[in-house]
Design a protein around this ligand. Sequence first.
Ligand code: ATP
Ligand code: MG
Length: 474
Amino acid sequence: MQPVLIGKEKLEVVRSHIPQELYLLAELVSLEGARLYAVGGLVRSSLLGLPISDIDICSAILPERMIALCREKGFTVVPKGIDFGMVEVHIGGESFEHTTFRSDSYAEGGAHRPSEVRFSSSAEEDAFRRDFSVNAMYFDILSGEVLDPTGGLADLEAGLIRTTSPDPRTVLADDGLRIMRLVRFAAELGFDIEPASMAAARELVSNLADISAERIRDELNKILLADVKYGERSAERVLHGLTLLREVGALGVILPELLEGEGLEQKKEYHRYDVLRHALHAASEAVPALPLRLAALLHDVAKPRVFAETGKMHGHDVVGAELAREILRRLRYDNKTIDRVVFIVHHHMYDLDNAAKDSTLRRTFARWGYERSLDIAEIRIADVHGSGVITGKVATAERWKRILAEMKRENAPFSENDLNCSGADIIEWLGIPPGPAVADIKRRMLAHCAVHPRDNTKEGLKRLAFDICPKSGG
Ligand code: ATP
Ligand code: MG
């Protein structure tokens, strides 16, 4: 196939991302009478002037031959999936993922793994087993020529994610994960989805059910952090991704509970959106940390159910925390993430009217710990900004952050472990047996020192122990 012409400047940008070590490999491949290409993210992102994350390369060299060639040269090779033609090559400090040109066949259903792989000598054939045109451009390492069998360059110019085949149904039906990837690339790049690809995704969205929860989770995570993949925090990018997930129908497959909030309106005074749209907005407004974005997405997840049952929304935080746990377990999140998200959902309504006294806030924060308290301040901001009514500073969160900073400055304790005495000290001072009384005294010490951090010394705590428990021995 004929190479396409692209401007010299653009070519130089692509070339600037090719590490020297890769030329060694390209020479080796050339001696075999073949050409080595960079493909995927490297070509796409560098043409867009974006940073690249990993280096995917390909050629007609069969995987076993690639391994032998590399070993002869003393390069480290790690077979990553020989059946799929994937070999990782390490040269110097760099690593490259080499995939032999291939064409794939898939069984019925949308399972991610091809049922049959046939190696091929043609880049053009290889392009059509890939997902999207912008991911199927080939940069010839030695000659600097670009092959673009599926029209990726034009789509890059137009800001479109389009499947490699003119029949998007075959591409998306083969591997259900591609529906998540379609949305993910659109979100990360701020691109639109080409209409026929979008229509096919809608039609085939139930194929997502054939994809493992772990793979879906990983794509969802990327969509939730789409803005920071290449650049600055941007609510727009994340909202774009989440809105596309909904339009494609994927939310209904992976997070059906969220859809229960569709059309459920809230008090106009505080909310511009229904419960579902509020969740998407809140997630995109949250700081770019996965637990916060997940918590914002799920913070009101139980509102529809609680409302259906009681006619009110009161208590949706507590019910929502458990529902969030169930959802995150289903999507195979790790326990640390789950606990953090559940805590945020559970407490996201804390002191909504900003009525708590400073001392109450301090005691609460000392019990929660510094990071968790900060999470609650952050979810409040995301919740308020995600309402579509208020922008700018959020009074409660501002005040909490100020108090948290004060507490840090004053070296206030943020857990019983931060107290400068042990359970054994308390037992010795008061001459009481180990048991729940000791735990209770510790709790009260923490509450006291949250407000009076200076008393958190051995002497101060000893005095405090006698104040709390005056009838005891010493
Ligand atoms: P990133 O910048 O995230 O690494 P990428 O496009 O390089 O983006 P990878 O996941 O590294 O993405 O995959 C490399 C290439 O392999 C893709 O560009 C695409 O051509 C192809 N590819 C990856 N996964 C699939 C898939 N599920 N179906 C079809 N092609 C795929
Ligand atoms: Mg890549």
